[in-house]
Design a protein around this ligand. Structure first.
Ligand SMILES: Cc1cc2nc3c(=O)[nH]c(=O)nc-3n(C[C@H](O)[C@H](O)[C@H](O)COP(=O)(O)O)c2cc1C
Length: 245
């Protein structure tokens, strides 16, 4: 197996870290690796905010639903979808920017995800570990206020990074046949495949050290999707100048 593929296949989220700092030069190297990702129409619409102040970290941990790793990780980054600098670019060229398009929201959000995942892989390549923190969207308006985010900028997710202080098992993924289709969408065999995968996930949780979680993938999804999903997101994004047309 190719080294890069082996690295990708070895990914698991890390939530406990050694109290050893990530040197600033390494942070810069990781961000450069993130920036090297493909970017829709060259828009480069992601801004990262490195949050250093312990009091700010505590507040973000609380906003994220009490996720202590946000406060304790040596490095915490917030990935923001950012169309503000494009307004500047238009202004520099005497053009008034037409903003608020759903297309712009998609491209800026995708840009953040691509940069972040490149950064995560680069971090894992040098022995760091990390976890995305979508939990910051629980209190997205408070996060935006804390970070002084202007209009046309929104926090997509955070990321904790550091030297791992745990060695969790790799979480099994869906069978390939469920995610890779040939020529047309055909999910006729997927009910059975997902039932088989449920048993695999159940075993994974049963064997996981220090966890008494007993569930399956489909049960987890059903439990999540019978509830509302952060209904405050749409009004927040519109107020920030996204998703208006
Ligand atoms: C955008 C995004 C947001 C996430 N938010 C959180 C989070 O707030 N807290 C957390 O513990 N894990 C979070 N995760 C991690 C996922 O739970 C994790 O990737 C998934 O369960 C698969 O596990 P693995 O990364 O160990 O393979 C997030 C992942 C992504 C991609």
């Amino acid at each position: 197996m190719h080294d890069v593929i082996r690295l990708l296949r070895a990914h698991r989220s890390i939530r406990r870290f050694q109290q050893r700092p990530v040197p600033p030069e390494l942070v810069e190297e990781l961000v450069r690796a993130g920036q090297a990702a493909s970017t829709s129409s060259f828009i480069q619409a992601c801004t990262l905010i490195q949050v250093n102040d312990p009091a700010d970290r505590e507040r973000l941990a609380e906003y994220a639903g009490g996720q202590s790793c946000v406060a304790t990780a040596p490095l915490f980054l917030v990935f923001c979808a950012d169309m503000q600098r494009h307004r500047l670019a238009c202004d520099m060229n005497g053009v008034e920017m037409l903003s608020g398009y759903t297309e712009q929201f998609i491209t800026a959000t995708v840009d953040c995800a691509l940069l972040a995942q490149n950064l995560m892989v680069a971090a894992e390549a040098v022995g760091l570990g990390g976890v995305y923190i979508g939990g910051i969207r629980n209190r997205i308006a408070a996060v935006a206020e804390l970070l002084a985010l202007p209009e046309l900028v929104y926090p997509v997710f955070g990321m904790c990074l550091g030297w791992p202080d745990q060695d969790p098992e790799i979480k099994p993924r869906l069978p390939l046949e469920v995610v890779l289709k040939q020529d047309r969408y055909d999910d006729s065999g997927d009910r059975g495949r997902i039932a088989g995968y449920d048993r695999v996930v159940e075993q994974y949780y049963a064997n996981r050290l220090g966890s008494d979680k007993r569930t399956t993938w489909s049960r987890q999804m059903a439990g999540m999707l019978e509830k509302e999903a952060r209904p405050h997101m749409l009004p927040f994004l519109r107020e920030r100048g996204f998703l208006l047309k």
